[in-house]
Design a protein around this ligand. Structure first.
Ligand code: NAD
Ligand code: MG
Length: 458
């Protein structure tokens, strides 16, 4: 049975971080004999909340990581105020995230930082052979081939936390598909995801830290794009169907969306999440990023991934098999379930997320998505088909566009335009190194800012 996990929560002050703390607290309460504990937790700017959360952990974490080096003084004060200076060590700066992610005392890392800021620490955890509960989808969007290749080398287990990908993982696990895959057709030795294992699924015991610097050119996916007959795909699986709530503007016309305010876009009908992903949900860029995430996580071509609108957010995703049978995972919209699954897999334990209320009737609808009104959605498929440098460029442009919209500098509908224009302006490369991807991250941000100047509101 599960004997607990020693966990580093990166992004502990966020929505995923708070939900993870709740899950670990309950696991520790319900299984006192097992060693469920938070060893390290990070925050960037909300220092008082971070230290308060550390204070309420039982026992408190050995390390509090404050990734913003300018917040050191505030962090020391907050730790002193809570009388934690004897118990918790403060580690400061971006490098401290990597130290926490690779600490020998940690076996599981929850990657809950938002955006590109989570890339280095998530990759470091993968290279160190940890179990990684992956919420930070941007890491796979930017560097999917680098991350999956590193997991194959180190034996790291990539367990999705994103609810759709957790749903697919659960469907595949229950259908016993995870361990039956053959190696991808074109991956060179040790480089392809899977290597005969399940998606991101290493051996139970990792082979220790992986020393590569991640600078090698990797199979970026261009060479195995969308060949339906290529081996390496999940056997017996016809397609993965990601559900999307459709966000607050599901039924809005394009004209209405042009004048959508940040407040309206932040008002998600079913999920309570951080700002960036909430805006991504309104544009449906979130689903776009999730298509790319699914491609890398499950090693399936874009043409075997579909998106359906499901406004109630109860069916978290579906897997269609070759015989036409469809298996889905259902639960109320509460991230604590996928987070806990990533921590306890392959076991299932009682969870603080409520179960479906069987005392009421549930309406569940599924309908096709409308790419005309949500042009961001098509970009995800385009990028998933292209592989290589396309993901980092899309992500960089989007990370620039979202705050511009929130600050009233561009319209809601400009977010997808800006991303598309940045993608169109870039020269695609199919096998970039990690270094090249980081350069293109910078390039795409500068390019998107430039384009934004031409479309800024008066
Ligand atoms: P959030 O905004 O609530 O929290 C973000 C966390 O990242 C905070 O702890 C913050 O301190 C940290 N952070 C921000 N900038 C940083 C920086 N420059 N350096 C280091 N740390 C930094 O975000 P969230 O909603 O919890 O989302 C986190 C990730 O999980 C995102 O990638 C998101 O797409 C993914 N995700 C979230 C949900 C959800 O329900 N919230 C669901 C699925 C996937
Ligand atoms: Mg999701």
């Amino acid at each position: 049975m599960q004997d607990g996990r020693r966990i580093a929560i990166l992004g502990a002050t966020g929505s995923i971080g708070a939900a993870t703390l709740d899950v670990v607290a309950q696991l520790a309460r319900h299984s006192p004999a097992a060693d469920w504990r938070v060893c390290a937790m990070s925050g960037h700017s909300r220092i008082d909340e971070l230290v308060a959360a550390a204070h309420s952990c039982q026992p408190p974490p050995e390390t509090i990581v404050v990734s913003d080096p300018a917040a050191g003084e505030r962090a020391r004060d907050a730790i002193k105020k809570r009388d934690l200076q004897q118990t918790c060590r403060l580690d400061l700066g971006e490098d401290a995230l990597v130290r926490a992610a690779t600490d020998e005392a940690v076996d599981t890392v929850v990657a809950g930082i938002v955006g590109r800021a989570g890339l280095e620490s998530t990759l470091a955890a993968v290279q160190a052979g940890k179990r990684v509960g992956l919420a930070n989808k941007e890491t796979l969007v930017i560097a999917g081939p680098v991350v999956t290749a590193a997991a194959a080398r180190s034996g790291a287990e990539l367990l999705p936390i994103d609810s759709e990908h957790s749903a697919i993982y659960q469907c595949l696990a229950e259908a016993r598909c995870l361990h039956a895959r053959s190696a991808p057709a074109t991956a060179t030795a040790g480089q392809g995801p899977g290597e005969g294992q399940g998606p991101g699924q290493g051996p139970e015991s990792g082979q220790g830290p992986e020393q590569g610097d991640g600078q090698d050119a990797v199979d970026s996916g261009a060479s195995r794009q969308d060949n339906d007959d290529a081996p390496g795909h999940l056997p017996g699986v016809r397609r993965l169907i990601l559900t999307a709530s459709g966000g607050p503007f599901r039924d809005w016309s394009t004209e209405a969306m042009q004048n959508a305010t940040p407040a309206a876009a932040l008002n998600h009908p079913t999920w309570d999440m951080g700002q960036k992903i909430t805006i991504d949900s309104a544009t449906m860029m979130n689903k776009s990023l999730e298509v790319i995430e699914a491609k890398w996580l499950f090693d399936v071509p874009a043409d075997r991934i579909e998106v359906m609108i499901h406004p109630q957010s109860i069916i978290h995703s579906l897997v269609e098999f070759e015989d036409g049978s469809v298996i889905a995972q259902l639960s109320p919209p509460d991230m604590r379930l996928p987070i806990q699954y990533a921590l306890t897999y392959p076991h299932r334990l009682p969870c603080p997320a409520p179960p479906l209320d069987r005392g009421r009737s549930w309406e569940m609808s599924l309908m096709p998505a409308d790419p005309e009104r949500f042009p961001a959605l098509e970009l995800g498929f385009e990028v998933a088909r292209a592989g290589g440098t396309a993901g980092v460029v899309l992500n960089g442009a989007n990370e620039v566009a979202v705050p511009l919209f929130l600050n009233g500098k561009i319209r809601f509908t400009d977010i997808a335009r800006l991303c598309k224009q940045t993608l169109d302006d870039h020269h695609h490369e199919s096998s970039p190194t990690l270094q090249r991807l980081l350069e293109l991250d910078e390039w795409s941000r500068r390019r998107a800012e430039k384009i934004a100047e031409t479309i800024q509101l008066a």
